[in-house]
Design a protein around this ligand. Structure first.
Ligand SMILES: [Zn+2]
Length: 279
């Protein structure tokens, strides 16, 4: 961690709004990943693409306010617009292999370039797996869990809850990227790393992720808590963002997705859903 200036004495006269352009691409398949390629007809791919399209037009996404004290760096030029790319891949294993990540994260906000660039990324990128087998299992487990604890549980309700939780992966990772823009003034991970290494800025890539020493609410927080606070903040914001776009999602795309990964047939679910007063 770098030494940090006393920012409390500095008034930021450069508070800026940064415009964000969201795009989506499919991850190119490589033999060495030993994973199936992304199925172009996958309902998960379709719904994630529909979500990206809605999110791109959402004001909270398309313009963000920089929280970084740009006035501290009068010699640096900060971008007025930033691209964020959503990469859809087939499985979590393919994602972990390509970005050399470990553990259980369902999606990634990638500050490293993975297969695209050496070391740090020169553009903001989030990776979301359209992992159909994983989602099927998730929905099954949610059903089993719900029926054990909730006497009023219905399969449709628990299936929707599981699907929504999975779809929040996209908005959660997007909130990490938006945070990175707010904290880093729109500079790419690679440039933040370079500028930080040569002492031109007093924060590093980790600080730009967490907002540590940059955000007003993170200036006096113990270093050990930075990650936890970041995850809490991003999870809540990702859920809010999903709740905002869900009503605008094409109901046919949503139903098709639910039917594709739900253990019961769509007709069964539809029957059950035809009596909303039961909820
Ligand atoms: Zn996260």
């Amino acid at each position: 961690m770098l030494a940090h200036l006393d920012q409390s004495a500095v008034v930021d006269t450069n508070e800026r709004v940064i415009s964000v352009a969201l795009s989506v691409r499919d991850f190119e398949y490589h033999d060495e990943y030993d994973q199936p390629p992304l199925d172009p007809a996958s309902p998960l791919r379709e719904i994630f693409r529909a979500m990206v399209s809605l999110l791109g037009d959402t004001p909270e996404v398309s313009s963000v306010r920089s929280e970084m004290g740009a006035a501290l760096y009068p010699d640096l030029e900060f971008p007025g617009s930033v691209a964020v790319e959503v990469v859809l891949c087939s499985t979590m294993e393919a994602m972990h292999f390509a970005w050399e990540t470990h553990g259980e994260p369902v999606g990634i906000f990638a500050v490293t370039g993975g297969p695209y660039e050496e070391a740090f990324a020169d553009k903001l990128r989030i990776i979301v797996p359209c992992d159909e087998a994983y989602l099927r299992k998730w929905i099954e487990e949610e059903r089993a869990g719900s029926s054990a604890v909730d006497p009023y549980h219905t399969d449709r309700k628990s299936d929707e809850r599981a699907l929504d939780a999975f779809l929040v992966t996209l908005t959660h990772e997007l909130e990490h990227a938006l945070d990175f823009i707010r904290h880093g003034g729109g500079i790419s991970p690679r440039d933040i790393d370079t500028l930080s290494d040569c002492g031109e800025i007093d924060f590093d890539v980790t600080d730009a992720c967490t907002g540590g020493f940059i955000r007003e609410d993170m200036k006096c927080v113990d270093l050990d808590e930075h990650n936890d606070l970041m995850e809490e903040r991003v999870e809540a914001a990702g859920r809010r963002l999903f709740a905002k776009i869900k009503p605008r999602l094409d109901p046919d795309i949503y139903s098709e997705c639910l039917a594709a990964y739900s253990p019961a047939s769509f007709e069964d679910l539809d029957d059950e859903y035809s009596s909303p007063e039961m909820f």
